[in-house]
Structures are given as structure tokens and as C-alpha cells.
Design a protein around this ligand. Structure first.
Ligand SMILES: *Cc1c(COP(=O)(O)O)cnc(C)c1O
Length: 367
């Protein structure tokens, strides 16, 4: 008898579906035999990587036979200086996704409860499920997190609450005051993870700076990434800022060399490239305005977003629209798995890419 390995997997893993990434350009072009397609599907930085990061990688690549610095000393030092946080409160990760998993690994036992919002970033569900936690999903309010509902969902089994600010795929956000008020309702024994993957794009005076707030709340873990505004998605590097105790615990469960040497030097280099970050934000602001204008002209509605993406309402099942856009060489992201079956998430691109995307939408929706 052949063994049924599915039955051997833990119950959480049996119920998992693998993460669905944005379709790579190569794959689309292979399948359709087309060229010149554009990908606005994974919230990547359309500028390409910072030249400083590329130089740092080139200089480092000759040492690829060596293990990376297991403690990421220089990158932590750079983060410490840039954001005024002690290195003893920083955990580096293979993308912030890695850090989110480490938090789950450190704190969740089967049967524990994890709270996150409807339409929240899918990795929270993956972390909860793979660790055997029970996911408590609170209803969204205007597509965003309903922090009152989240606080009300806390029980004595709650271990972790995931908050995304801004959230992906909605681009919604909450204020510092709302966060502070929420934190007063959360017991010290519940770990609140504040995922700030898009924080560099946000220009709202009420928007909280998680790194500043972290020192006030021992149970607050703030995660950030170099994948989005810093333009290093392929290299996989992100980090958490937390209390020293939580940082120590995360350090126990991480792989010894979880961030590779090219990622370490590239992240350190781009951190000092303020001109690149500024340009990324400017291009994003202009592109957001361009897409909003274009969608408006097409009579489409969207969820107002402060990120580098925008979820547009197709007014009908979005899957055929997505497929038709692919035939036009435009890759966007369906978000039906986020309970948003009529929306498509579009990453803000360069001006030409945004124009092409809008032209493709016009063609596809009018046919
Ligand atoms: C993209 C994204 C991340 C970061 O992913 P990395 O693993 O750092 O590439 C984290 N949280 C949210 C909400 C995201 O959209």
C-alpha cells in the first residue's frame, strides 16, 4: 500500500493552499508567444533597483563562497542609525514574510487564536494555518481594519493580532490615535504585529510611525521590508523591530543565515540612497494620480489607497477582465482570494506602463 502522505501532514498544513504569486512576465510571454508585456502585479518598484545597491552587490558577489554575517551586523547598524532604534531590537528576515513566520513559530501552539481583518494580507492566514492556530477574521470597515471589532475579538486564547498599515490589497490605513486607542484595549500578553511594508509611500499627517511607537509598547512588533519602496524584492530582506525579549525569542527560531550576503549589502546601500527613495515616492504619487484619473474616465471605482497599488472595481467578476488584460500583455493581480472578486489590484508603474494599463482596461471593458 502506498502511504498517503497527505494524511501524515499536520491538520493545518492539510488545509493550506500555496501562496499565489503574481504571474511572471517570462511565463506569460512563453504561454502566449507575445513580447513587451508589463507586470503591475506584485507591488514592485518600477524604477528598478538603486544604482548604489547594484554597486554594493557587484562588490560583494566575489565573496559568495562565504556564509553571510549571521547577525547582519552592518545592516542592523545602518538601520539603527537611520531610525534611532537599538540593534538589540532588530531581527532581520528573508523578506518580512520570514519575520512574520518567525513570530508565528515563536508564539503559536495549535489551538491558539490569531486575529486579522477581512481583506488583510494573505500571509497572516498562512502563518495562522501552518502553525495550527485558529484564525479569527474580523469584518472589514470601508475595506479597512475595524480596530474596535478586532479588540472585541480578543479572548484568553489570543496570541497574535496582525495589523497591516497600510493594508495590501486595499491600501487602507489607520491613524496613530486609532492605533494607540487599540493598544490600550489589548492585554500585554497578546503580541500585536504591525506590518508596515508600504510605510515609505504614505504621506498622511495622522499616520503612525511604528518604529517610534514600538518602544512604548513591549507587545508591539513592527515589520518592514526592502521589497517595495526600496526596490529589492528579489533579494528577500526585511526586518522586525520589537522589545529585546521578543527579539531574543525570534533570534532563537530563525535560520542562522536567513539573510544572504548580497541582500545584506544591497539593503545597507539603498538605505543611504535617499535620492532613490524620494524618486520612488514621487513616481508613485504621480502614477497613482494618473491611474485614478484614468479609472475615473472609464467610470470605474476603486478603493482609495496610500500604497504603491490600487484595487479597482471592475463592476463585475474580475477574472475574465484579468484574463483579457493578459492577452493585451498587461499583468495585474486578481484578488478574489481576498473576498474581492470584482476587484483587480494594479501596482503603480512608470508613466508609460500606467498608460498602457489604462488603454488595455479601456479596450477590454468596452469589448
Ligand atoms: C509585500 C508585503 C510584505 C513584504 O513581503 P516581503 O517578504 O518583505 O517581500 C509584507 N506585508 C505586506 C502587507 C505586503 O504587501
Amino acid at each position: 500500500m502506498a502511504c498517503d502522505f497527505y494524511q501524515l501532514a499536520t491538520p493545518g498544513v492539510q488545509g493550506l493552499h500555496p501562496y499565489l504569486p503574481g504571474k511572471p512576465v517570462d511565463e506569460l510571454e512563453r504561454e502566449l508567444g507575445i513580447s513587451n508585456s508589463i507586470k503591475l502585479a506584485s507591488n514592485e518598484n518600477p524604477l528598478g533597483p538603486s544604482a548604489k545597491a547594484l554597486d554594493a552587490i557587484s562588490a560583494e558577489v566575489k565573496d559568495s563562497c562565504r556564509y553571510p554575517d549571521a547577525n547582519g551586523f552592518k545592516l542592523k547598524q545602518a538601520l539603527s542609525e537611520r531610525y534611532s532604534i537599538e540593534t538589540s531590537r532588530i531581527t532581520l528576515g528573508n523578506g518580512s514574510n520570514d519575520v512574520l513566520e518567525l513570530i508565528g513559530k515563536a508564539f503559536i501552539q495549535p489551538g491558539d487564536e490569531v486575529i486579522y481583518s477581512q481583506h488583510a494580507f494573505v500571509v497572516y492566514m498562512l502563518v495562522a494555518q501552518s502553525t495550527g492556530a485558529k484564525a479569527i477574521v474580523t469584518p472589514a470597515q470601508n475595506w479597512g481594519h475595524d480596530l474596535d471589532a478586532m479588540a472585541a475579538a480578543i479572548t484568553d486564547k489570543t496570541r497574535i493580532i496582525f495589523l497591516a498599515n497600510p493594508n495590501n490589497p486595499t491600501g487602507t490605513w489607520f491613524s496613530e490615535q486609532a492605533l494607540r486607542s487599540f493598544m490600550t484595549k489589548v492585554p500585554d500578553s497578546v503580541v500585536v504585529v504591525l506590518d508596515e511594508a508600504y510605510t515609505e509611500y504614505v504621506d498622511q499627517s495622522e499616520f503612525p510611525d511604528g518604529l517610534k511607537l514600538q518602544s512604548e509598547y513591549d507587545n508591539l512588533v513592527v515589520t518592514r521590508t526592502f521589497s517595495k519602496a526600496f526596490g529589492l524584492a528579489a533579494l528577500r530582506v526585511g526586518y522586525a523591530v520589537a522589545s529585546e525579549a521578543i527579539t531574543d525569542l525570534l533570534n532563537r527560531v530563525r535560520q542562522p543565515f536567513n539573510v544572504n550576503s548580497l541582500a545584506l549589502v544591497a539593503a545597507q546601500a539603498v538605505l543611504s540612497d535617499t535620492e532613490y527613495l524620494q524618486r520612488s515616492v514621487t513616481v508613485n504619487n504621480e502614477g497613482m494620480a494618473q491611474l485614478e484619473q484614468g479609472f475615473k474616465a472609464l467610470g470605474l471605482e476603486w478603493v482609495p489607497s496610500v500604497g504603491n497599488f490600487i484595487s479597482v472595481d471592475c463592476g463585475k467578476d474580475a477574472m475574465p477582465v484579468y484574463q483579457a488584460l493578459l492577452l493585451e500583455g498587461v499583468i495585474v493581480r486578481p484578488v478574489a482570494n481576498y473576498q474581492m472578486p470584482n476587484h483587480l489590484r494594479v501596482t503603480i508603474g512608470l508613466p508609460d506602463e500606467n498608460s498602457r494599463c489604462l488603454e488595455a482596461f479601456a479596450k477590454v471593458l468596452n469589448s
